[in-house]
Design a protein around this ligand. Structure first.
Ligand code: HEM
Length: 130
């Protein structure tokens, strides 16, 4: 039986597995590897803090993801398809590794933040359907 997300080590496992999928993904991988050329040594610890804060309210993340993705949208126009794929990869990674209250919360957070982010970045009238 799968266990719930209980501590920082579990979060690291979730985030690492998620980005392994992201990097290889045909639809969104290139955004991370070719457009932004993410510095993983820097980005992964930020994401550990982000998810630790989201699930355990540690105050460990104080950044502004909305602004960062607005900026990203100027480099590469993000589509609803990109957001759907991001969400699918994240929720399937959670489901593969964990089960429980925090696992459910992580999926809910991801889905709702993605929806708000998409809405703020791509106004519905300008949405393209790719
Ligand atoms: C189309 C979907 C998305 C794409 C392509 C995307 C891509 C990226 C990229 C390229 C970065 C910058 C990495 C760097 O610093 O080098 C980033 C940062 C980040 N993303 Fe996303 N992202 C997406 C959706 C989301 C969603 C839905 C969330 C939250 C649930 C999220 C949370 C974050 C956070 C917290 C950061 C770090 C911001 C910081 O440095 O403070 N992303 N994302």
């Amino acid at each position: 039986m799968k266990k719930d997300i209980e501590n920082k080590k579990d979060i690291e496992k979730l985030v690492d597995s998620f980005y392994e999928k992201v990097k290889k993904d045909e639809m969104i991988g290139f955004i991370f590897t070719d457009i932004v050329r993410v510095n993983w040594e820097r980005h992964l610890p930020v994401m550990y803090d982000f998810w630790e804060n989201s699930l355990f309210y540690t105050g460990s993340y104080t950044g502004n993801p909305m602004e960062i993705h607005k900026h990203l949208h100027k480099l590469i126009p993000l589509t609803s398809g990109h957001f759907t794929q991001w969400t699918l990869l994240f929720t399937s990674t959670v489901d593969e590794l964990f089960d429980g209250e925090k696992a459910t919360l992580a999926k809910q957070r991801a889905v709702s933040i993605a929806a708000v982010m998409q809405f703020k970045i791509i106004p519905p009238d300008k949405e393209n359907k790719n």
